[in-house]
Design a protein around this ligand. Sequence first.
Ligand code: ATP
Ligand code: MG
Length: 554
Amino acid sequence: MEESRNFIQQIIDEDIANGKHGGKVITRFPPEPNGYLHIGHAKSICLNFGIAEEFNGITNLRFDDTNPTTEDTEYVESIKKDIQWLGFDWEDRLYFASDYFNDLYQYAIELIKKGLAYVDDSTSEEMAEQKGDVNIPGKNSPYRDRSVEENLRLFEGMKTGVYDEGSKVLRAKIDMTSPNMNMRDPVMYRIKKTAHHRTGNDWNIYPMYDFAHCMSDAREGITHSLCTLEFENHRPLYDWFIEQLGVFPSRQIEFARLNVDYMITSKRKLLRLVEEGIVSGWDDPRMPTISGMRRRGFTPASIREFAKKVGVAKRDNAIDISLLEFCLRADLNAIATRVMAVMDPLKVVITNYPEGEEEWLPADNNPEDENAGSRLVPFGREIFIERDDFMIDPPKKYFRMAKGRHTRLKNAYILHCDDYILDESGEVKELHCTYVPESKSGSDTSGIKAKGTLHWVSALHAQKVEVRSYDRLFMDPVPDGHGDRDFLEFVNPDSLSIVENVLVEPALAKAKLGDYFQFFRKGYFVLDPSSSDDHLIFNRTITLKDSWSKMQKK
Ligand code: ATP
Ligand code: MG
């Protein structure tokens, strides 16, 4: 079946059929370097690079660095890293809007000369007053009819720093009665005496987004400028600048922002989580940032697949987070190495296993991948199993260990539980079991049917590690959707739980960043970058099944 084409693909199909731009497709991803990228940006990256790839085009990376007060090179570097990690390549097309400051200045002068821009001395209150609202047409500024010569002189003065911040702006001269508020003589330049992270103190004026963005698109020959819906009302202005200046006719196309339940996709709000210490940083594994998701153990392929499944919409909507989790589990299931880790250890002595002996048993790394190979897991007289895999008084449907029952150990033997030993407080201290030598995994001739299969680690060989498990950062699916209530009210106080002294099989001592693991029966895990050789920390990426949403429904 042919996949149905989304509205952006349809527009481009049509442009190509009409021979527009000679069939060329050039898109761009235009982040403002004022924060780390989040899942919504990932969607935009996949869309822009994906469209270009599909139509044999190219995608530019352009930093929209027109506001020096909030921008920083730390953000530039993190954004580049995140895009590469997601699997996209801008090749040699790394641009900055600030590279165009001279051109933009020349374009502004051209508009002044055409009588289409003027310097306004009104205060911001006066300008707001003049602007009117949707029901009231605006009024012309008293400075609107300044001569071209005066405007040129004043604009030059703004640039060279003669005037104070806030004392003057450059405005486009369009129509103060337009039903579209963006067309009521929008501001093009404001005075800002702040050093810029790339141009230093060269400029005392900085262009506004609406002017800078369309001119940057045009300058790069962007054929299809994809942006989110909030810019729909800005499109007439985008087109106006292009038309008046007669530059390359880039076309702006809007699509709906990606919103995911339980995830915040506003850099400003994410910054608050960081600044108020609610998370450990932009890359905290609970953050919906690309860096946080990477640290948590998301794979680039799972995020790309999610973006694809979400598709593009023309109306804002919320995506169920379980779709993202589904994509993640599907990818991890295919690539994660299966290992064994015991979170809450209970000692088991195998009384018929010779003291001082050990054997190394083969274990498949990934039954889903025949090329994944196998490794050896040590087995001996003393092992640990999970405390809740044993019950003194088990109910009927309990298929784990209990006195008098047979249970299989993953990759090893069937055990018979002969007895349990209690400590002074009445807690189970250890189990005494016998193993069935002819029941070895892969060559079982015992004929014994053991129902459950348990994970375990050899007591002699186990390594101690720390495990961090995460729950949702917010208790509400739309924490920023409660009117006046601050989204921080909905932070989940129990979103991080740490277990020290988790016992893992020795192979995990060699875990590297970028390795993905499935701890048998426990979930998917990755090494945390803050680990050191003698203190390994693993992050739980996600459980094997969606136990969380099931619990919520109860
Ligand atoms: P924020 O609101 O988080 O500050 P932004 O839109 O201001 O985001 P930019 O750096 O300007 O952040 O965004 C770069 C690109 O990513 C823009 O084209 C923007 O439209 C797109 N983008 C941002 N958020 C989303 C989202 N939630 N879904 C899809 N695209 C997004
Ligand atoms: Mg923006």
